[in-house]
Ligand binder design. Structure first.
Ligand SMILES: Nc1ncnc2c1ncn2[C@@H]1O[C@H](COP(=O)(O)OP(=O)(O)OP(=O)(O)O)[C@@H](O)[C@H]1O
Ligand SMILES: [Mg+2]
Length: 151
């Protein structure tokens, strides 16, 4: 059984618009296992670290400021192909290019208000999980439905 994990974070716009339940539901119903979740107000410092790869982009200061305007919902989801499938479930960065049926395709319009973050590789997932969670916050458990999800 694979233990691939991805970092999914509902952004301030997703929280403010009351979409946390809808987003969590999609990962839950897909069959992924929740390993950690917390609701918190992130600092600009933490967000700058999270988006460090984008620090040279013109939209970076606005992105960090926006991400610190409201609480976020931080989650770790586990399962086979969780990183790549998680990205597919989110849709494209620009909601206008996201297919209906994806989270961004169904719930948002503008690239700067795309409601949810998802790790883009296993390597960045591991980095992001370590940045947002302490090891003891990651819960070790076995869902009873596992045998009905994996052959
Ligand atoms: N051209 C842009 N104009 C404004 N905001 C942008 C632009 N490109 C990206 N962003 C914002 O920065 C975030 C991070 O950009 P990135 O290239 O990592 O896209 P992503 O991986 O799809 O998004 P995320 O990392 O938030 O999951 C995007 O989700 C978006 O909100
Ligand atoms: Mg990204």
């Amino acid at each position: 059984m694979t233990t691939e994990r991805t970092y999914i974070m509902i952004k301030p716009d997703g929280v403010q618009r009351g979409l946390m339940g809808d987003i969590i539901k999609r990962f839950e119903q897909k069959g992924f296992k929740m390993v950690a979740m917390k609701f918190m107000q992130p600092s600009e410092k933490l967000l700058s670290e999270h988006y460090a790869d984008l620090s040279k982009k013109p939209f970076f200061p606005g992105l960090v400021k926006f991400m610190a305007t409201s609480p976020v919902c931080c989650m770790v989801w586990e399962g086979q192909g969780a990183v790549a499938t998680g990205r597919q479930m989110l849709g494209e960065t620009d909601p206008a290019k996201s297919k209906p049926g994806t989270i961004r395709g169904d719930f948002c319009i503008h690239i700067g208000r795309n409601i949810c973050h998802g790790s883009d590789s296993v390597e960045s997932a591991n980095k992001e999980i370590a940045l947002w969670f302490k090891p003891e916050e990651l819960v070790d458990w076995t869902p009873t439905e596992q045998q009905w999800i994996y052959e």
